[in-house]
Ligand binder design. Structure first.
Ligand code: PMP
Ligand code: GLN
Length: 382
């Protein structure tokens, strides 16, 4: 096999979901909700199937969806986009990440990335023959250390790959942190790819999602990625989008056309319906996720597990050193047997082993009785 995939193992999310299925454990691992998105959107997909939206859609996406994405960016953030050539539909944000990196990274280019990182970043930087330069968000606050960011940039750096709200720490980058990133990008003439799939899942009333491209000078150099999966509870649909300046969207589209060419035709009109319903569903989801977050964090804390309250996303990190464990991976491998629960070792999302060694991620996008059952089992474990 090619060096491109050397050392890339099966994603930890698939491993842990298989472990949950095998052991019958409560799965607080992989990030997917256990209830589906809006019925109106599911019905729209059903109609699209029956009414014959079953052949190839245009490569960059159907006009109705591109228009809905552009309208969404304008309505929420005041970002003006021409749906004709500043919006491209992707097969989930995952394909957006892949196509962006393949299109924008030269072999040997350095890519600055926040760690703990979403695992596809590492795999795709490698497949693009780039070199990752992580900047660590550290417990307990998981804030960006601007000096560390500056130190990570070298003459070989061409790209920053950002994620806010951030998986798995739940950090929502502040305007000040984003300004520092923008300053570095402008100073070193860097392109930024920003993964905003949790844009509507900001749970703290004091935090706000700010798209990097809205900062001065950044619209020209930022490619923004998002997807319907998280905010509309449709993770299996794999419909995402990329927006930004024409040249970056065109570059992404050039790569995308040879990855998938086009994405799920009958789902596209339905995603346009979801975006057209404004913020109704995400608003409801946010309210209920806030309750579930507080419930899980309180429950874990009561069990003596040090847990950090995330500002956004539907993940919370715990430090299992508080339970006497020195290694998050060993903890997560033993947890199904010990307690009948599955979690994700966030240690695997780090280059800095010290920063990540004890961190375990729980997904709280599950129904309250599922969270209660997980807490009950954790409480009963030895
Ligand atoms: N980026 C991050 C940070 C994620 O957590 C995920 C998982 N949803 C993705 C990208 C992939 O999104 P999609 O399912 O739309 O491909
Ligand atoms: N984004 C999801 C998570 O972080 C998982 C997606 C996947 O399985 N690749 O849990």
């Amino acid at each position: 096999t090619a060096s491109r995939i050397a050392g890339i193992s099966e994603t930890v999310f698939a491993q842990m979901s298989a472990l949950a299925a095998r052991t019958g454990a409560v799965n607080l691992g992989q990030g997917f909700p256990d209830t589906d998105g809006p019925a109106s959107v599911l019905r729209a997909a059903g109609r699209a199937l029956v009414e014959g939206h079953n052949q190839y859609a245009p490569g960059i996406g159907i006009p109705a969806l591109r228009e809905a994405i552009a309208a969404h960016q304008w309505r929420h953030y005041g970002i003006p986009l021409d749906p004709a050539d500043q919006v491209a539909v992707t097969t989930g944000a995952t394909e957006g990440i892949a196509a962006a990196l393949l299109a924008l990274v030269e072999p040997g280019d350095e890519v600055v990335v926040l760690e703990p990182y979403y695992d596809s970043y590492v795999a795709m930087i490698q497949m693009a023959a780039g070199v990752r330069r992580p900047v660590t968000l550290r417990a307990p606050d998981f804030r960006l250390d601007v000096d560390e960011l500056r130190a990570a940039v070298t003459p070989r750096t061409t790209l920053i790959l950002l994620n806010t709200p951030h998986n798995p720490t739940g950090s929502v980058l502040t305007r000040a942190e984003l300004s520092a990133i923008a300053e570095v990008a402008l100073e070193h003439d860097l392109t930024v790819v920003t993964d905003e799939v949790y844009e509507h899942l900001v749970l703290d009333p004091d935090s706000e999602h700010v798209p990097l491209c809205t900062l001065p000078g950044m619209a020209e150099r930022t490619l923004t990625l998002s997807s319907v999966g998280k905010s509309w509870s449709l993770t299996g649909w794999k419909i995402g989008w990329a927006t930004g300046p024409r040249d970056l969207v065109a570059a992404l589209t050039t790569a995308k056309q040879w990855l998938t060419y086009t994405s799920g035709a009958p789902l596209q009109p339905a995603v346009a319906v979801a975006l057209g319903e404004a913020d109704d569903f995400p608003r409801m989801l946010r309210t209920s996720l806030r309750e579930r977050r507080d419930h899980l964090v309180a429950g874990l804390t009561d069990l003596g597990i040090t847990t950090y309250t995330p500002q956004g996303t539907y993940f919370a990190l715990s430090d299992v050193a508080s339970l006497g464990w020195s290694d998050a991976l060993a903890f997560c491998e033993a947890l199904p047997e010990r307690a009948g629960v599955v979690a994700i070792p966030a240690s695997v999302f780090h280059d800095d082993a010290d920063a990540g060694r004890h961190l375990v991620r729980w997904a709280f996008c599950k129904q309250t009785d599922v969270l209660d059952e997980a807490l009950r089992r954790l409480g009963a474990a030895d």
